[in-house]
Design a protein around this ligand. Structure first.
Ligand SMILES: C[S@@+](CC[C@H](N)C(=O)[O-])C[C@H]1O[C@@H](n2cnc3c(N)ncnc32)[C@H](O)[C@@H]1O
Length: 252
């Protein structure tokens, strides 16, 4: 089941994600891939990262993208070794122990039951198979300047993420959860990326707060105050933003 999934499917969210590639986002795990391997990309979205695995596993390999929202899938793939299938990370439409590498980018921060998702990813991995996750951690995002308005607007942003079932600081806890799920050789590394410009982030946060205010009256005062701060952020001076991505790998 798709929880609230806070970013939604508006043009700004989709265009940010469509720029993602496997060499940039999955570089930490590409070297472990070999021709003939079977790869699963959970929460694959539009599949731009997913398709980057195809040349690496070659004509004898298989790549499967699974997402709860199939409306984002590419219209046609024209490559017979990649498939996109609708499904939930809690109940994957995949046989047990049939996958060599399970990958997920920007999924775990949107999940309310990350431990259950990890058990399901573990189920589909063959013994010795590799898990590779990349998840944001807003607590370590670098924002300059981090004004009072930026902090207040982001607090509203985190509230919306949590209301949708997610955890904006998910990257912080992920390695521990992966260990608890029974994976070994767990490694974790923080990488900082300029996902979007400082002002674009301000507009993104403001638009989500405005939309939440028009959609419901829950947490109205808190969200209205955060929206005013986001407006001030949008209309203030420029700055810089780097998101913290926590890359966690482990072996079944
Ligand atoms: C931020 S997007 C990331 C998409 C892609 N991995 C990328 O990085 O460009 C998160 C994706 O996870 C999907 N998603 C959210 N909850 C899910 C669930 N429980 N099972 C499967 N997919 C889910 C959403 O539909 C969305 O496409």
């Amino acid at each position: 089941m798709l929880e609230g999934y806070a970013p939604g499917f508006a043009d700004d969210a989709l265009s940010m994600m469509s720029a993602r590639t496997a060499s940039d986002r999955a570089g930490f795990v590409l070297r472990t891939l070999k021709p003939g391997m079977r790869v699963l990309d959970a929460g694959c979205g539009q599949g731009t990262i997913t398709r980057g695995f195809v040349p690496v596993v070659g004509p004898l390999g298989r790549v499967l993208g699974v997402d709860a929202e199939p409306r984002q899938f590419p219209a046609e793939t024209s490559v017979s070794t990649v498939d996109f299938v609708a499904g939930s990370v809690y109940e994957l439409p995949v046989r047990s122990e049939s996958i060599d590498l399970v990958y997920a980018h920007a999924l775990f921060e949107h999940l309310s039951r990350p431990a259950d998702a990890l058990l399901e990813l573990r189920r589909v991995l063959r013994p010795g198979g590799v898990l590779a996750l990349s998840t944001s951690d807003w607590s370590r995002a670098r924002l300059q300047p981090r004004t009072v308005n930026v902090v207040a607007a982001l607090r509203g942003h985190y509230l919306l993420r949590r209301r949708a079932g997610g955890d904006p600081f998910a990257g912080k806890h992920l390695a521990g959860l992966v260990e608890q799920a029974g994976f070994r050789e767990v490694r974790s590394h923080a990488r900082f990326r300029s996902d979007m410009a400082y002002r674009d982030l301000a507009r993104y946060v403001e638009s989500r707060l405005d939309a939440a205010l028009s959609a419901s009256s829950v947490d109205r005062d808190q969200l209205a105050s955060a929206a005013r701060s986001a407006w001030a952020w949008v209309n203030g001076g420029d700055g810089s933003f780097q998101q913290c991505w926590v890359e966690v790998s482990g072996v079944k």
